[in-house]
Design a protein around this ligand. Structure first.
Ligand SMILES: CC(C)(COP(=O)(O)OP(=O)(O)OC[C@H]1O[C@@H](n2cnc3c(N)ncnc32)[C@H](O)[C@@H]1OP(=O)(O)O)[C@@H](O)C(=O)NCCC(=O)NCCS
Length: 174
């Protein structure tokens, strides 16, 4: 059922409509959204995001936000994935991750992000990956560093300032 990849402890699969309550529960936690300023604020917005990504990102179906499932319990514990962006005319793909607070501190985000990086580089052949991170988000910076990303530059967009971390070569065309 839409499995993208698996790790020792996680199944990462396409989002289903039945994930809506779990996805919105994630976004209702201010500690999750503090560093994700464009996160959905209402269940209607969460549904729009979910439907947008259900079959993969509409323009790049191999990318998208995916459900992150704890293998032990079958619980939906977060959403992660690969998101396409364009900055300064350059196509970029971001490794994205967010986990429910009860699952923080167990190395699960690193495990998910590593597997997504390997999938992006191996199965999808992407030569460059980025993470866009709020400079105050030490946990996310650490995850990015642990999967091999390094600080590249500061940036700012409509939703505020970010630090761009990257790995791989400096130009890429999707
Ligand atoms: C970022 C996030 C996914 C990390 O999840 P996690 O499963 O706790 O991360 P891990 O257990 O894999 O830990 C990764 C590293 O970050 C470190 N870390 C975790 N929380 C930290 C914190 N608050 N401050 C500093 N370092 C932290 C861990 O110690 C670990 O590093 P180490 O192995 O060198 O000790 C989680 O905090 C989260 O979902 N935050 C809200 C959503 C978010 O900010 N997403 C990223 C948007 S760019």
């Amino acid at each position: 059922m839409g499995i993208v990849l698996q790790t020792d402890r996680l199944v990462i699969r396409r989002l289903l409509l039945s994930d809506l309550d779990s996805l919105f529960a994630l976004y209702r936690d201010p500690d999750i959204c503090r560093h994700i300023p464009d996160a959905p604020r209402t269940i209607a917005e969460a549904r729009v995001e979910l439907e947008w990504h259900m079959n993969g990102h509409p323009q790049h179906p191999e990318l998208g936000l995916w459900a992150t499932i704890d293998k032990d319990t079958g619980n939906f514990i977060g959403r992660c994935g690969l998101l396409p962006w364009t900055f300064d005319g350059q196509a970029e793909v971001e490794v994205a991750y967010a986990l429910a607070k009860g699952y923080w501190g167990r190395g699960l985000a690193t495990e998910a992000a590593q597997a997504i990086r390997d999938h992006a580089v191996g199965a999808l052949g992407l030569a460059r990956l980025i993470c866009l991170i709020d400079p105050d988000n030490q946990a996310s910076i650490r995850v990015a560093e642990k999967i091999g990303m390094a600080f590249e530059r500061e940036g700012r967009d409509t939703i505020g300032p970010f630090h761009l971390y990257s790995q791989g070569r400096s130009a890429q065309h999707l």
